[in-house]
Design a protein around this ligand. Structure first.
Ligand SMILES: *[C@@H]1O[C@H](CO)[C@@H](O)[C@H](O)[C@H]1NC(C)=O
Ligand SMILES: *[C@@H]1O[C@H](CO)[C@@H](O)[C@H](O)[C@H]1NC(C)=O
Ligand SMILES: *[C@@H]1O[C@H](CO)[C@@H](O)[C@H](O)[C@H]1NC(C)=O
Ligand SMILES: *[C@@H]1O[C@H](CO)[C@@H](O)[C@H](O)[C@H]1NC(C)=O
Length: 338
């Protein structure tokens, strides 16, 4: 009996060893392929991000979100002057020095020769959004991003309204006259609420509609089947109601920083990813679905120690990165550039 057990043990060890070898070979594959791009000081990009650059070479819409955080060279002075245009953001405000090392980070795009992706200054950003109607529906992650965009366009922020106020108070509309931009934000928590908003939409459809849901359903329900059912309903409404002239953007909320926000036990950090996955798995996001993905989760995961504001929301460096990604995305879409 002992011998049989030993034999089984050896057999299973051999299997594990073989599995390890196969996994190792698989992980080394891009390197053996000569597939990795040169990375100056990239320490945070995973090996998959180096191959992504090639995979998205011919899809500029996907290429726009294809980049990675890298630590800035400690010998490089932290300044915006002469910043190469493939660097979307550099965190000057949150940068610090520890153990004589610069812990300043920047987010750089992978080179995509045909796509003309680059950091856009404010006049360019304003030109992209000029004469457009922008709609935002979602929770505080959408509110923060709405406010960042509004400020960039010279408009007003939406201040948080006490949650006990009736739903009608959780709206803000404004016209930014110098740019002829109309912005509307409708605060919601759940996908079912977004669906109800879209069902009763009576004004002209906006040129851009940016939405999110997920974390409040996780916070209050913790039932992925129920969330999935809500999202299917929303997807159906989007497909049947929203005209193709409206560019859709789906925002995935960032990871929670458990050290900065330790008390949110009802928002389990390890579930946020699962919830965010539902939109992608159901086919909300391009190329499978109708909405472009502004994935704050992926953008913020690799910089979590400093780019989480208070453990729940992202710092403005990430909002600016999201704005740069959005502006470049819209410039890829026919009918947006003037
Ligand atoms: C930082 O550099 C200074 C000057 O070179 C040196 O005196 C100091 O010991 C260094 N500190 C650490 C933590 O390495
Ligand atoms: C302002 O933008 C709207 C669309 O949002 C457009 O219909 C209108 O013609 C624009 N006005 C001017 C003066 O360009
Ligand atoms: C969304 O907000 C805008 C701006 O305040 C408002 O005009 C619109 O009626 C709101 N939509 C719904 C469905 O409440
Ligand atoms: C989760 O939601 C599904 C679909 O709404 C429902 O059938 C199920 O009973 C819920 N599960 C729990 C544990 O509440």
């Amino acid at each position: 009996m002992v011998e049989v057990a030993n034999a089984l043990h050896i057999a299973s060890s051999t299997t594990s060893l073989l599995t390890c070898l196969v996994v190792l070979l698989y992980m080394l594959h891009p390197v053996l392929d000569g597939g990795s791009l040169p990375r100056p000081i990239g320490l945070l990009g995973s090996s998959s991000s180096s191959t992504r650059g090639e995979r998205h070479q011919h899809d500029c819409l996907l290429a726009v979100s294809d980049g990675w955080w890298q630590r800035t060279d400690p010998s490089v002075e932290i300044s915006w002057a002469n910043l190469p245009s493939h660097i979307a953001v550099r965190n000057t405000k949150d940068a610090f020095v520890a153990y004589n090392e610069s812990l300043a980070y920047q987010w750089a795009w992978h080179p995509h020769s045909e796509c003309h992706i680059q950091r856009r200054d404010r006049p360019e950003v304003r030109q992209v959004f000029g004469n457009k109607r922008l709609g935002f529906i979602g929770d505080s992650h959408v509110r923060y991003f709405h406010n960042w965009v509004a400020t960039a366009l010279g408009g007003q922020e939406y201040s948080k309204v006490d949650s006990k106020q009736p739903q009608i108070k959780h709206n803000k509309g404004q016209h930014i006259a110098p740019l002829n931009v109309t912005m509307a934000v409708n605060m919601t928590h759940l996908a079912s609420e977004i669906q109800a908003y879209l069902e009763e939409w009576s004004e002209p459809w906006p040129d851009l509609l940016l939405m999110d849901s997920s974390v409040w359903h996780l916070f209050t329900n913790k039932n992925i089947s129920d969330y999935t059912a809500q999202m299917l309903g929303l997807l159906h409404t989007i497909k049947s109601r929203v005209p193709p002239s409206t560019t859709l953007v789906w925002l995935s909320p960032p990871p929670r920083h458990a050290i900065k926000a330790p008390h949110y036990v009802d928002l389990p950090a390890e579930w946020i990813r699962l919830y965010n996955r539902v939109a992608v798995d159901l086919g909300f996001t391009y190329p499978a679905g109708p909405a472009h993905h502004l994935d704050l989760y992926t953008l913020a995961l690799d910089c979590l120690p400093w780019c989480s504001r208070e453990g729940l929301h992202v710092v403005d460096t990430v909002n600016e990165l999201a704005l740069q990604i959005l502006a470049n995305l819209l410039l890829q879409i026919d009918g947006w550039s003037h």
